[in-house]
Design a protein around this ligand. Structure first.
Ligand code: NAD
Ligand code: UD1
Length: 339
């Protein structure tokens, strides 16, 4: 069984990837400092898979921890999720983000190349495109100046990996540019666990419906879209998880010892904020308390992916709809709130 190190494996996306890795016969090993996750996720993973995963609790800034992991386990590949991800916080505390996301990645790359660990999947984001000139956005679209330190860490991360590969290091890596991951494992045993007030739309919707928040504000009603609200490409987290596993298999089959590429991971379909709310209401049977409000500074008007490249190269496609994702997000919220 191949061992795959999953940094940030206790987090939202990482935990769902661990389930898919397990289903595909990989042995996932978790490295996490639990700075933005809860150990209860390990119980959820056990309930779904029947397995207790090996966990290294610690910081990606600690190179001795990587050395220990690489010496104690024969690692075939790394999926690197561990990062801070709150856009607003990154504006207030940029050095925290550069330290964690950029220095953390340097530490990982140093240790991987030193220990000849060949395959790396990196969590990037559609934020690298800013507001693209034409839609759907392809991988050929230009990278726009980042509008937050968080976004910049993703651009720098991709560049650092590419330069490392170009330097001749034996490293094969793909940066996956995620669009908007939502939803939860259909069992409701794992899902998104935002600390404090959620920044993202779907946890805010489910917490409002569960009575934890009074109402949702829809940010902007005068965008140039069919109903005036922003358009995003919402992808079920299990489809995103599957893309990671297919990406690992793809890397394993590349003969060239040096390889870098990037791919969009989305559904290819854009939905407005009001579409998302309507889907949630249909799936939950609950009327959501919301009002239309002003735009949120920094939001792009519309973005959705062209996914031809990942579909072709990874032999991957989405299985879940927006409705499925809303059903699963609500199922998860109901379990959390004991509704
Ligand atoms: P998350 O916060 O739920 O998971 C990240 C995990 O990494 C957490 O468990 C956290 O405790 C851990 N972590 C953070 N810093 C660490 C450190 N220094 N050492 C060890 N562990 C550390 O986030 P997520 O939503 O699962 O996102 C995973 C990755 O995907 C991140 O790199 C994020 O930037 C990227 N991404 C997320 C989204 C999204 O909308 N969720 C979109 C695009 C890209
Ligand atoms: C987020 C991240 C971005 C990341 C992207 C892809 C932020 C600020 N940005 O952006 O870095 O690359 O996901 O995963 O976190 N909305 C409301 N009311 C709310 C919350 C959101 O109307 O209370 C709207 C937003 O205006 C947006 C949509 O819902 O149109 C989605 O918002 P969000 O979940 O925050 O994701 P992104 O803005 O796409």
């Amino acid at each position: 069984m191949k061992n795959i190190l999953v940094t940030g494996g206790a987090g939202y996306i990482g935990s769902h990837v661990i389930v898919r890795l397990h289903e595909e016969g990989y042995n996932a090993i978790i490295l996490d400092d639990f700075s933005n996750s809860n150990k209860s996720v390990l119980k959820g993973l056990h309930k779904i898979t029947g397995k207790d995963f090996r966990v290294y609790e610690g910081d990606i800034l600690d190179i001795s921890l990587f050395e220990k992991i690489f010496h104690e386990n024969q690692i075939e590949g790394v999926i690197h999720f561990a990062a801070k991800k709150a856009v607003g916080e990154s504006v207030d505390n940029p050095l925290l983000y550069y330290k964690n996301n950029v220095t953390g990645l340097i530490t990982l790359l140093e240790s991987m190349t030193e220990n000849k660990i060949k395959n790396l999947v990196f969590s990037s984001s559609c934020t690298v495109y800013g507001q693209p000139d034409s839609l759907p956005v392809t991988e050929d679209s230009p990278i726009r100046p980042a509008n937050s330190p968080y976004g910049n860490t993703k651009q720098i991360g991709e560049e650092m990996i590419e330069d490392t590969v170009k330097s001749g290091a034996f490293l094969r890596s793909i940066a996956l540019r995620y669009f908007n991951p939502i939803g939860a494992h259909p069992s409701g045993e794992i899902g998104e666990l935002p600390l404090g007030i959620p920044n993202n739309l779907v946890p805010f919707i489910t917490q409002t419906a569960a009575g934890l928040r009074d109402s949702l504000t829809v940010f902007g009603q005068d965008y140039n879209t069919q109903d005036g609200t922003c358009i995003r490409d919402y992808i079920h987290v299990m489809d995103l998880a599957d893309a990671h596993v297919q990406c690992l298999k793809y890397l394993e089959n590349i003969n060239n010892p040096n390889h870098f590429d990037f791919m969009n991971i989305g559904t290819g379909t854009g939905s407005t904020v009001l579409d998302a709310i309507s889907s949630f209401e249909n799936q939950s049977g609950k009327k959501l308390n919301y009002q239309l409000g002003p735009r949120r500074p920094g939001d792009v008007e519309k973005i959705y992916a062209q996914v031809d490249k990942s579909v072709e190269l990874l032999n991957w496609r989405t299985q879940f709809t927006l409705d499925d994702a809303m059903r699963d997000a609500w199922n998860w919220q109901k379990k959390l709130s004991s509704i």
